[in-house]
Write a protein that binds this ligand. Sequence first.
Ligand code: HEC
Length: 231
Amino acid sequence: MFKKTPLAAGIAAVATIIFAGGCAVADAGKSGKVDYTAMTPHELAEYLIFEANGGGFNLAQEMQEGGTARERMQQDELQKACSIIGDGKPDAETLAAVRQAATESITYPEGGIQLGDWERGRVLAWSGFGYRVGHNYDDHNVREVGGTCYNCHQFATDRVGGNVGPSLTGYGKTRGTSEPILKYVYDMIYNPHTYFPCTHMPRFGSSGFLDEQSIADIMAYMFDPESPVNE
Ligand code: HEC
């Protein structure tokens, strides 16, 4: 029933992230025509992408940041280098090149790395809003772009986070706020391939998803002694 192509599988993986949080289930409940419960998660993702709402995602739609949704599916150089099919891992030379390109992609705030407003950072660390393609794209004029950090990390214990990445609970309390540690975390958020070449963590700064203020605020959420992360 569903065509299984590598592209479809790739998009499905993205969709799993996009729809994490229950939107797919809420949407599914409304139509009543298709038995979603009989589908595997993979089939459901493919259905939503290729068939739901009269033909699936509108990949021809113009994106706010320029280009079309379909163009967003093109791998960039780093993704190509890291997507090795076969027995496995990119070789040492590739990893070194990825690392160097990542290091060179980072720019620092004029006044140096600062901690901003942890309360705003908390909202941004939770939020998955921004740059999502689908039946409609996210409109950046209506809401600010979040970091989706909770999809992969646990921070404070007042909300459950994902476990794709390590738990960051008590981060500031245990690591301190020395210059090297602030630089490390800024770099990690800006472009984590600097330290973990071919990591699954997104490049929030070099991709333009988070600006300097948003990075400063999310860092405050991680480091400020008042933040629930450091309770
Ligand atoms: C798609 C999953 C994913 C998302 C989203 C994500 N991370 Fe990560 N993060 C990881 C992984 C995985 C690692 C571990 C590095 C590795 O092994 O590749 C990591 C590592 C880190 C580290 C280093 C941890 C340490 O022990 O020093 C920090 C800091 C960090 N992430 C912060 C963030 C922040 C802040 C956000 C949101 C702006 C975020 N991450 C979003 C997956 C993610």
